[in-house]
Design a protein around this ligand. Structure first.
Ligand SMILES: [Zn+2]
Ligand SMILES: [Zn+2]
Length: 117
């Protein structure tokens, strides 16, 4: 005596689809022609809009981020940035021996007198 409940339970089809899903990843070359370039990250995107969902979120945030950056830049401009002069201003080269000496030094180690020349 067989139960009718067993026949309406079609779990056999599920088994089949699992087998198909386990095949290797599709080669990127196949879908390359219909792939779009994401305008945000510049990478290939297979999404409908040609833009990665996470990139779309990033793009929505971009104006705010740019504003923040601009604000930071403006603030940085306010404070006068003293351009660091090259270190050489504290040094001078002795024409006699070619060794760098401190600009305040009067006489080089070699005996050359800067103030005399
Ligand atoms: Zn992207
Ligand atoms: Zn010298």
């Amino acid at each position: 005596m067989r139960s009718k409940r067993a026949s309406c339970h079609s779990s056999a089809g599920k088994h089949e689809s699992r087998k198909i899903m386990s095949h290797k990843k599709p080669t990127p070359i196949l879908g390359e022609h219909n792939a779009k370039i994401c305008p945000v990250c510049g990478k290939r995107s297979y999404s409908a809009g040609g833009i990665h969902p996470q990139c779309a979120v990033q793009q929505a945030d971009a104006p705010r981020e740019a504003q923040l950056k601009a604000k930071k830049k403006a603030e940085a401009k306010k404070t006068p940035v003293v351009k660091k002069l090259p270190q050489t201003w504290t040094k001078k080269i002795c024409p006699n021996c070619g060794v760098q000496t401190h600009v305040r030094k009067r006489i080089c180690d070699c005996g050359f007198d800067f103030f005399k020349s």
